[in-house]
Design a binder for this molecule. Structure first.
Ligand code: SAH
Length: 213
């Protein structure tokens, strides 16, 4: 299948929708999303929508990947933590833009698949582990940026502790009960405090504590 046309259409759409950082757009152009989707969804690899990846999980919508990546403000010296490897696509995008990506996934079969794709693509700066990511990755902290790709009930203070001063975390947070939906927050740590900014409304699978049985 020839994806080039679909890919260029998608990149133009993402630009129109606010993903304007040239480095992020280049990463979206270079990372083959088709390698991270299930065979049955190959023809939708460059549609601007999330897709199932098995075990009830999804690969995020390209717009969300672009907007979250852009919001992290990373560069080639940044160390970034991702919670929720899933297909590995978001990690592969980050890997092109930063020094090192640390990523955690609680579903072993998803992590095995993702790591096989990293290997196939020759990506060497992604360090992954099979674990419950709710507590972050203390041994390899602090991080310049943290991206949580599953929804949390409230702002995870324990992860903010693992950011450098001035570091940024992007995380989808559930709206209060009754209101519904989630909002994507950009949190910037300054000293002992932090400020938050809303990016837009999103829909992520929940962050789940513990490992599957
Ligand atoms: N970033 C992914 C999309 C992730 S979907 C991609 O680019 O494809 C969210 C992922 O978070 C799922 O794979 C889910 O299993 C994982 N997850 C949920 N709770 C978790 C936890 N406590 N620790 C680690 N991973 C978790």
């Amino acid at each position: 299948m020839d994806f080039d046309n679909q890919k260029m259409m998608l990149i133009m759409e993402l630009r129109r929708l606010g993903v304007t950082d040239m480095n992020v757009l280049e990463a979206l152009e270079r990372v083959p999303r088709e390698k991270f989707v299930l065979k049955e969804y190959l023809d939708m690899a460059y549609a601007n929508q999330p897709l199932p990846i098995g075990l009830g999980q999804t690969i995020s919508q390209p717009l969300v990947v672009g907007a979250m990546t852009q919001a992290l403000d990373i560069n080639d010296r940044s160390n970034v933590l991702e919670i929720g490897t899933g297909s590995g696509y978001q990690a592969a995008i980050l890997a092109r833009l930063c020094r090192r990506v640390y990523t955690i996934e609680r579903h072993k079969p998803l992590l095995d698949k993702a790591s096989a794709v990293f290997k196939e693509l020759g990506i060497e700066n992604i360090i992954y582990k099979h674990a419950d990511g709710t507590k972050g990755w203390k041994e390899t902290s602090p991080f310049d940026a943290i991206i949580v790709t599953a929804a949390v009930e409230k702002i995870p203070e324990v992860l903010i502790e693992q950011l450098v001063d001035g570091g940024i975390m992007v995380v989808p947070v559930e709206a209060p009960r009754g209101i519904g939906g989630q909002k994507l927050l950009r949190i910037r740590k300054t000293g002992d405090t932090y400020e938050t900014e809303k990016i837009f409304a999103v829909r992520f699978v929940p962050l789940v504590s513990g490992l599957p049985q």
